[in-house]
Design a binder for this molecule. Structure first.
Ligand SMILES: [Mn+2]
Length: 400
C-alpha cells in the first residue's frame, strides 16, 4: 500500500537565552540547536519524505536575532528539500508585524521564506493540498495575545474544518496542550482532549508545545529537538511519520530520530547520614554511574536530606565537574541536622526550644516505631519552620 511520509520537528526554540549554561557554552549549544535543524532537513531529503511538518516554537521569540533568523530561512534552501509547513506556536506567534513571519517585515530586511515553505498565518484552520498526492495539510497558528484557552480541536474549530473530502488524507498541524499531561511549570495553551483528537477529521496530527515525545495512534509530539534544560531528559530529535494511504482507519507509524548528542539528567540525591564531604561526592558519582551520564551530557544534581551536623560541603569535587559537560548542584533541598540531645538537656526558653522539648518528651514516652517516626519528623519540621522559616517535606512523605 502506498504511504505518505513526513519529517516532524518542533520546539527548537532557536534564540533561547540558555541562561542556565555558562556563557561560553551558550554559543556552542546554540550552534547545536542550529545543527539539529540542518540535520533534520538533510534527513528529510535523504529519506525522501513528502513534507516537513513544524507545529510551532521554531523560534523562542518573535524578536529573533538576525543571525538565527537568516539561518532558519536558509536551512530550507537546500536542494531536494520537500515542502515545509509551519504552524507558529505561542513563543513565535504569527502577526502581520512579526519580524520572523511577515513577508512585509522580512522584505524590509531583504529576507523571505523560500516558496516551498508555507507558514499558516491564520488562527483559524486552513489547508493546502500536497500535490500531486491526495493529501491535504491543515494548520492553524498562534497569534499574539490569543486566548490560550481556545481549543484547537473544539466544536468551533471543527466547524472551520467542515467535512474534508474522503478521497484525501488529512493531516493537521497545531500547537497545543493535551489535557492531563502538562508538565509542571509549562503553560497550558490550546488545550485539547483525547476525545477531541479522536473526533478530529485528521489521519495524523503533528502537535507542538510539550518538550518530551508523547504519542497516540492519531497524533504525536516530537518534543523539543534538543534538550533545552536539564529537566528535558531522554532522547530528543525529530519523528519520521508514515501514514498509509487509503487505509481505513488510517494507520500511522513513526520513528524517533535522535538529533541531540547530549542527554539531560536531573539526579535527586539524598545525602542524609553522609559522614564526610568525600562521602557526599561519592554519592553523587554513584548516581552519575547509575544514570550512565556521559562526559558530553547536561546534569543537574539536586541534593536533599539532612546534612550531618558539623559537616561542611559547599561545592562538588573537581572530579565531578569534569564528569559531564555541564554540572550544576542545587543544595536548596538540603536541611540541617539538629542536635536533639542538646535541645533535650537545654534550658532554651525560646518558643522553638520549648516546642522541641515537649515533642521530645512525647518521643521518649512513645514505643510504637511508626508513631515515633511521626513525632521525630514533627521535631525536625518544627525546627525547620522556626529556624529556616520554611518546611520542605522529605521524599518519604511525597506521593505517599
Ligand atoms: Mn510552546
Amino acid at each position: 500500500m502506498a504511504t505518505v511520509s513526513f519529517l516532524q520537528i518542533s520546539d527548537l526554540h532557536l534564540g533561547a537565552p540558555l541562561a542556565w549554561l555558562a556563557r561560553d557554552q551558550r554559543a556552542e549549544r546554540r550552534r547545536e540547536q542550529q545543527r539539529a535543524l540542518e540535520r533534520a532537513v538533510q534527513l528529510a531529503v535523504e529519506r525522501a519524505v513528502h513534507a516537513i511538518l513544524i507545529p510551532g516554537d521554531l523560534f523562542d521569540d518573535v524578536e529573533m536575532d538576525a543571525e538565527n533568523l537568516a539561518f532558519a530561512i536558509h536551512a530550507f534552501r537546500i536542494s531536494g528539500c520537500p515542502p515545509v509547513f509551519i504552524a507558529p506556536g505561542n513563543h513565535d506567534p504569527y502577526s502581520e508585524s512579526s519580524p520572523t513571519w511577515s513577508a512585509r517585515m522580512l522584505a524590509a530586511r531583504d529576507l523571505r521564506w523560500p516558496p516551498h515553505v508555507h507558514v499558516f498565518a491564520s488562527p483559524r484552520w486552513s489547508s493546502i493540498r500536497l500535490d500531486p498526492l491526495p493529501v491535504r495539510i491543515w494548520g492553524r497558528c498562534f497569534t499574539p495575545g490569543m486566548a490560550s484557552a481556545e481549543r484547537p480541536l473544539g466544536p468551533e474549530a471543527r466547524d472551520q474544518i467542515g467535512a474534508p473530502p474522503l478521497a484525501e488524507l488529512n493531516v493537521g498541524l497545531f500547537h497545543g496542550s493535551l489535557e492531563g499531561q502538562c508538565p509542571p511549570g509549562q503553560k497550558l495553551v490550546g488545550p485539547f482532549s483525547i476525545d477531541e483528537a479522536q473526533q478530529a477529521p485528521f489521519a495524523w496530527m503533528a502537535v507542538g508545545h510539550y518538550h518530551r515525545t508523547l504519542s497516540h495512534p492519531r497524533f504525536a509530539y516530537a518534543g523539543s529537538a534538543v534538550a533545552l534544560d536539564t529537566t528535558e531528559t531522554g532522547v530528543h530529535g525529530a519523528l519520521e511519520v508514515r501514514v498509509e494511504l487509503g487505509a481505513a482507519p488510517a494507520a500511522a507509524h513513526f520513528e524517533l530520530i535522535e538529533l541531540d548528542a547530549r542527554r539531560a539528567h536531573t539526579l535527586d540525591i539524598d545525602v542524609t547520614e553522609a559522614g564526610s564531604a568525600d562521602q557526599i561526592d561519592r554519592r553523587i558519582l554513584d548516581a552519575f554511574e547509575r544514570a550512565s551520564v556521559a562526559t558530553r551530557d547536561l546534569v543537574k544534581v539536586r541534593l536533599c536530606g539532612r546534612l550531618t551536623r558539623g559537616l561542611r560541603w559547599s561545592a562538588p569535587a573537581d572530579e565531578i565537574a569534569a564528569r559531564a559537560w555541564h554540572v550544576r548542584v542545587d543544595t536548596a533541598g538540603l536541611r540541617p541536622d539538629y542536635d536533639l540531645e542538646a535541645l533535650r538537656r537545654g534550658s532554651d526558653e525560646t518558643t522553638e526550644g520549648r516546642v522541641a522539648r515537649v515533642l521530645l518528651e512525647q518521643l521518649d514516652r512513645e514505643t510504637d516505631p511508626e508513631a515515633r517516626a511521626t513525632i521525630e519528623r514533627a521535631v525536625y519540621y518544627g525546627l525547620d519552620a522556626f529556624r529556616l522559616r520554611e518546611v520542605t517535606p522529605m521524599w518519604e512523605e511525597i506521593g505517599g
